[in-house]
Design a protein around this ligand. Structure first.
Ligand SMILES: [Zn+2]
Length: 317
């Protein structure tokens, strides 16, 4: 065999092998049920329920502001190819209903995970008007339902219903995983209740958007936030002055700030009032770092509890 023939033979063999490789990659079907979720708590609960029986992804890119998020065309395509799409409510994801109604897929099941939750109406005095809110639906109802752990448990139920309907063959495993999750949520609720019952102040002063209304309501804290229920709402100068006055008169030594948002305003307020800053996590979304470290909703809530105990001077139990 001369060299030229040899090269040709090697080429043919190589091409044939690479074609086989390509073909395999192309025809490989996606394994199991495909689930697309919007916010981090849904993603974390859904992946726990799924175990290794379904593939769960989060629509929000890590670190992205969730209140102003709207899916791009390629993200709409991801939803259209899924077997299950899970969102929290039209108050949080006002785009969801419109987008799914435009998707022509018989395989897609849509779960409104906040359907059974009782919403807190947000009164004008809580929202501290002056911020810009978009659309009627976003005004009036507080969308941060996952921060009340009894609501989080109802969200788990709704996600479970979706999994069981979409993939009944694995329903026993899904039910078992959901039960474990709900037991953890109940234990977390108990721990928050007992830890936060011993604090020397009940004033939760927050230099961010109105995120922790459910948490404050459940554990009987007096919540004051700088701005409205959407994180793009901007506080008025009067509101900033009022909050500084509130901090000074409360005798607190800490102002709470929130993760994933610019700390500039909170820093100015804390400096003006002469107090320190502690971080709280709203858990709408997570940073790229937290996502790659595989943090869970429970990790974020444990961090929050530590910060709250410090900021509200609660006695350790
Ligand atoms: Zn928010």
């Amino acid at each position: 065999m001369n060299i030229r023939i040899c090269v040709v033979v090697i080429c043919i063999v190589f091409c044939a092998l690479s074609l086989v490789g390509c073909k395999r990659a192309e025809v490989k079907p996606a394994a199991g049920l495909q689930v697309v979720t919007t916010l981090f708590p849904l993603y974390d609960f859904a992946r726990t329920i799924a175990g290794d029986k379904a593939q769960v992804t989060m629509l929000l890119p890590p670190g992205v502001e969730p209140h102003t998020f709207e899916p791009k065309p390629e993200e709409v395509i991801r939803i259209s190819r899924a077997g299950l799409f899970i969102y929290t409510s039209r108050y949080m994801e006002p785009w969801a209903e419109k987008i799914v109604s435009g998707i022509d897929s018989t395989a897609l099941r849509v779960i409104n995970a906040g359907e059974k939750v009782s919403y807190r109406a947000v009164a004008g005095k809580d929202v501290h008007e002056g911020g810009k809110e978009h659309g009627n639906d976003r005004k009036g109802m507080d969308p941060h339902i996952w921060l009340d752990f009894t609501n989080a448990s109802l969200i788990v139920d709704a996600i479970l219903d979706g999994f069981v309907a979409a993939d009944p063959g694995n329903s026993a495993l899904y039910r078992q995983n959901a039960e474990t999750l709900k037991a953890r949520l109940a234990a977390l609720d108990q721990r928050y209740r007992s830890s936060l019952s011993t604090c020397s102040t009940r004033k939760l002063l927050h230099g961010g958007h109105y995120t922790f209304g459910y948490l404050a309501g459940r554990y009987n804290l007096d919540y004051h936030a700088l701005s409205g229920i959407s994180s793009d709402s901007e506080p008025s100068a009067e509101r900033m002055i009022a909050l500084i006055r509130e901090i000074k008169s409360s005798g607190t030594t800490y102002l709470f700030a929130e993760e994933l948002l610019s700390p500039r305003l909170t820093e100015t307020l804390a400096q003006e009032a002469g107090v320190g800053i502690l971080m709280l996590h709203g858990a709408h979304n997570v940073s790229r770092d937290d996502l790659s470290r595989n943090v869970s909703f429970f990790d974020l809530m444990e961090r929050n509890l530590e910060q709250l105990q410090k900021g509200l001077s609660c006695r350790p139990k």
